[in-house]
Write a protein that binds this ligand. Structure first.
Ligand code: NI
Length: 175
C-alpha cells in the first residue's frame, strides 16, 4: 500500500529555509515516505522542484519534475536527488526564476549554463547527470535550497532590497 500525503510548504522567512541541510544517512521507510510526499506536494503546488527543507525536513534531498513544462522531444524523467553535489559548472545564463517558498515573486537570476551533478537515487544508487537549460537551472535552484540559500540571495543588492521592501509591505497588510 502506498499512502501519500501533502506536506505544508514553508515560506520565507521561515528559518528552516536558511539552514544548511544534513546528509541523508540511510534510506529507510521514513525517507521513502518523505520522497513520495514531496513528489505529491510538488505536483499539487504545482511546481517543478522541491527541496526537503521546503517541507520542514532538513535533509539533503530534492525532487525535480520538468515533464509538464518541457516539450516532448526532451522530456526528463522525474528526478530524486539524495546528497547531490556539483562536479562542474560552466558558462552563465540569466533567466527568470520563481520559488514555492517565495509565492508571487519572480526575478531574473544569473546561473551557470551547464552543470554536472552527482547524487544518489532513491534506491541509494549513485548517478551522474549533465544538464543545461531548464534542468541546469532547476538543479542549481534546488541544491541552493539544500545549502540554505534562496534565489533572492543571488540577486544584486539593489534587487534584493526591492524584494525586502515589497515583502515587508505585503506582510504588514496581511497581519
Ligand atoms: Ni525554490
Amino acid at each position: 500500500m502506498n499512502i501519500m500525503a501533502l506536506r505544508n510548504i514553508c515560506t520565507y522567512p521561515d528559518p528552516v529555509l536558511r539552514t544548511k541541510t544534513a546528509r541523508v544517512g540511510t534510506i529507510d521507510n521514513a525517507t521513502n515516505r518523505l520522497i513520495d510526499d514531496m513528489i505529491e506536494t510538488m505536483h499539487a503546488a504545482p511546481g517543478v522542484g522541491l527541496a526537503a527543507n521546503q517541507v520542514g525536513v532538513s535533509l539533503q534531498l530534492a525532487v525535480i519534475d520538468l515533464s509538464q513544462v518541457e516539450d516532448e522531444t526532451r522530456r526528463h524523467p522525474l528526478l530524486v536527488l539524495i546528497n547531490p553535489e556539483f562536479l562542474s559548472m560552466e558558462g552563465s545564463v540569466t533567466e527568470e526564476e520563481g520559488c514555492l517558498s517565495l509565492p508571487e515573486y519572480t526575478e531574473s537570476v544569473k546561473r551557470a549554463a551547464k552543470v554536472k551533478v552527482r547524487a544518489l537515487d532513491r534506491s541509494g544508487k549513485p548517478y551522474e547527470l549533465e544538464a543545461q537549460g531548464l534542468l541546469a537551472k532547476a538543479l542549481q535552484h534546488e541544491i541552493d535550497h539544500l545549502n540554505g540559500l534562496l534565489f533572492i540571495d543571488r540577486l544584486s543588492p539593489l534587487k534584493k532590497n526591492i524584494f525586502k521592501r515589497r515583502f515587508r509591505k505585503t506582510s504588514s497588510q496581511t497581519e
